[in-house]
Design a protein. Structure first.
Ligand SMILES: Cc1cc2nc3c(=O)[nH]c(=O)nc-3n(C[C@H](O)[C@H](O)[C@H](O)COP(=O)(O)OP(=O)(O)OC[C@H]3O[C@@H](n4cnc5c(N)ncnc54)[C@H](O)[C@@H]3O)c2cc1C
Ligand SMILES: Nc1ncnc2c1ncn2[C@@H]1O[C@H](COP(=O)(O)O)[C@@H](O)[C@H]1O
Lengths: 248, 312
């Protein structure tokens, strides 16, 4: 079985994003970029399934600008067999990303498509669900545990009420939550090995899918800030302050 | 004029409070009508609860044995059919709505707007990106259905004093059988629900162990609060996953939030920015949580928490 993995490059999760003073966007110049943390988890899961013999090939898929190569090499160094780079100069909406990934699913016929549950730049949490819908296949989102046997995946999902278990027929789309696994660190020899692994590049226009943006973003604003309040010296003062506010 | 369809979230015959928050967002659109759609194997009890929500015009039900569990790929084709004639389809930004609504959007061929926190016009909304570090204003095309999830922490629940009519409807949709629901392991607790509680006491890595969390529960019970946690506390196995507060956990807006042994990482703060009063208890005076706390107390939680519990 082949596994495709969505592998998006985003602003590193440690960066405290600042809005441009004119509200036209956020400051990304000189900011550290990394793989979306959930996509690292998705990739790790795919690699473990290959190590268990459930999968035979792991392919990372990244949609983004031409300078994405170093990011894609990271995915290859982590252990993916090969990569597909869909080159798009413009950032695309989740529906467009799902249409692109659906095209690749039809072409590559994977048994499993693993994605992150959300990209930490747009925080949309949509692409996996949209891909499953377009592809007409099951979805198991927010996965905290995945077991695969006899062409069926049993997935434990982290939902608001607790842990839900779904059984889905393969091929399926699974989106990774934080506790699915802890991604491995890339070792130096793997970086060397990754240099010779194949990256197929496809121009987004050549896929023949509609990727025009539907939503117009008119303004970026900083969030309302909360300011530092008062410090109390002990429990007695804490209790009286809360009582004064009517909270106790 | 806007006609809004809200997908009801429910479990075990109970309407989730998040649905009443979606009605508030629909009211902000100055909608001409607001209908609530209940998909279930036995929708009557939930429909009766939805019918009481102020501002609701009609409750529509689709009864089908396949709707016994919330399987997104089963529910979505029915919702997409039922959405015909509506200008907006809303669901709460809970794991239920996040899982389901993008499927509806994909079937309708429209881009979804996630986590609506404010309405500026019938097609203009505000939503957070980058873990809430930027708020964008987005405009959806006027000619197509708006599909949006509603950030529950941004909207109050409407009151339940109404009496809307309930109508059973049927839709023609082929439902897949590729997904089987195996069950839910719910954290059994008679404490208030984290997402709707007025008071929340949260513990972090500083609490140190599952046993130590006992003092957090004890304090919460004393003041009738729900219990929450940081990701670090969940990852370490001190508490179950459904207690996680933050960017990837629950986004909450209680009147009182008490963070105990939590450093205040941006991913955690995203989840509590809308709280009324934030109290931080931490032994490190430099912890970032103090930068946003309304009331801070520096000290050892193992001394402070029992003392606080005694004082109440
Ligand atoms: C993609 C992504 C998503 C994430 N999503 C979330 C999320 O949804 N929610 C979330 O919470 N985190 C999230 N995180 C993790 C986040 O970055 C932090 O790692 C986490 O919030 C830290 O938890 P903590 O504050 O409990 O632990 P720590 O940062 O280790 O802080 C522990 C605190 O306890 C204090 N302490 C220790 N002992 C005592 C004592 N005896 N008395 C008083 N104080 C004491 C320490 O001074 C310290 O400040 C996410 C991370 C990533 C990468
Ligand atoms: N440009 C992209 N390239 C590769 N994968 C993507 C891209 N956009 C979204 N994805 C995948 O879809 C997931 C969810 O993204 P989103 O719906 O934007 O929150 C991500 O974690 C990725 O796995």
């Amino acid at each position: 079985m082949k596994i495709l993995v969505g592998y998006k490059r985003v602003v590193d999760y440690n960066v405290r994003i600042q809005v441009k003073p004119d509200g036209s966007g956020v400051i990304t110049d000189g900011v550290k970029l990394s793989a979306n943390p959930f996509d690292d988890i998705a990739l790790e899961e795919a690699l473990r399934l290959r190590e268990k013999g459930v999968a035979s090939e792991v392919v990372v898929v990244a949609i983004g600008p031409a300078d994405l190569t170093a990011h894609i090499r990271n995915g290859l160094a982590m252990g993916a067999n090969r990569a597909i780079h869909v080159v798009s100069d413009q950032p695309i909406e989740p529906l467009a990303a799902a249409r692109v990934l659906h095209k690749l699913a039809e072409k590559e016929k994977p048994g499993l498509f693993l994605l992150g549950k959300q990209a930490i730049d747009d925080d949309a949490n949509q692409t996996g669900q949209m891909l499953a819908t377009l592809w007409g296949r099951p979805q198991a989102t927010f996965a905290g545990k995945v077991d695969i046997a006899d062409n069926v995946a049993t997935v434990t999902r982290e939902v608001d009420a607790g842990l839900e278990t779904l059984e889905v027929d393969l091929p399926a789309v699974i989106t990774a939550d934080l506790r699915l696994n802890e991604p491995r660190f890339i070792k130096l020899p793997d970086i060397m090995k990754a240099k010779s692994k194949p990256i197929e590049t496809i121009a987004i226009a050549d896929l023949g899918v509609d990727t025009t943006a539907q939503l117009r973003i008119s303004r970026h604003a900083p969030p309302p800030t909360r300011s530092r309040g008062v410090m109390v010296k002990d429990v007695a003062e804490l209790v009286s302050t809360l009582k004064a506010k009517g909270l106790l | 004029m806007s006609k809004v369809l809200i997908v009801a979230e429910h479990f075990d015959g109970h309407l989730n409070a998040a649905t009443a928050r979606c009605v508030s967002a629909a009211l902000a659109l100055k909608a001409q009508s607001i209908d609530v759609l209940v998909l279930s194997d036995a929708p009557d009890a939930v429909a009766a609860q939805a019918a009481k929500l102020d501002g609701v015009s009609r409750v529509l039900t689709i009864a089908n044995a396949a709707n016994a569990a919330p399987i997104a790929q089963v529910l979505a084709p029915q919702i997409a059919k039922a959405a015909n004639g509506y200008s907006h389809v809303f669901a709460p930004s809970t794991t239920f709505g996040k899982d389901l609504l993008p499927c509806v959007a994909a079937l309708l061929g429209v881009a979804q707007i996630s986590d609506v926190m404010a309405v500026e016009g019938s097609h203009v909304f505000q939503r957070p990106i980058y873990a809430g570090n930027a708020i964008i204003t987005v405009q959806a095309p006027a000619a197509q259905t708006v599909v949006a999830t509603i950030r529950t922490a941004s909207w109050p629940a409407v009151a339940a004093a109404g009496n809307a009519p309930v109508e059973a409807i049927t839709v023609e949709a082929t439902l897949p059988t590729h997904t089987r629901y195996q069950g839910l392991q719910a954290g059994s607790s008679d404490r208030p629900d984290l997402q709707s509680a007025a008071k929340v006491i949260s513990g972090g890595r500083g609490v140190g162990s599952a046993e130590n969390f006992g003092i957090i529960y004890k304090l919460a019970d004393k003041i009738g609060a729900a219990v929450g946690a940081s990701r670090a506390a969940v990852d370490a196995g001190y508490v179950p996953n459904e207690l996680q507060v933050g960017q990837t956990g629950k986004i909450i807006a209680p009147e009182l939030y008490v963070a105990i042994g939590i450093s205040g990482a941006i991913q955690h703060l995203t989840g509590i920015k809308d709280a009324g009063t934030i109290v931080a208890i931490n032994k490190d005076a430099e912890a970032p949580i103090f930068e946003i706390a309304d009331i801070g107390l520096v000290g050892d939680l193992f001394k402070i928490v029992p003392e606080l519990e005694q004082a109440l």
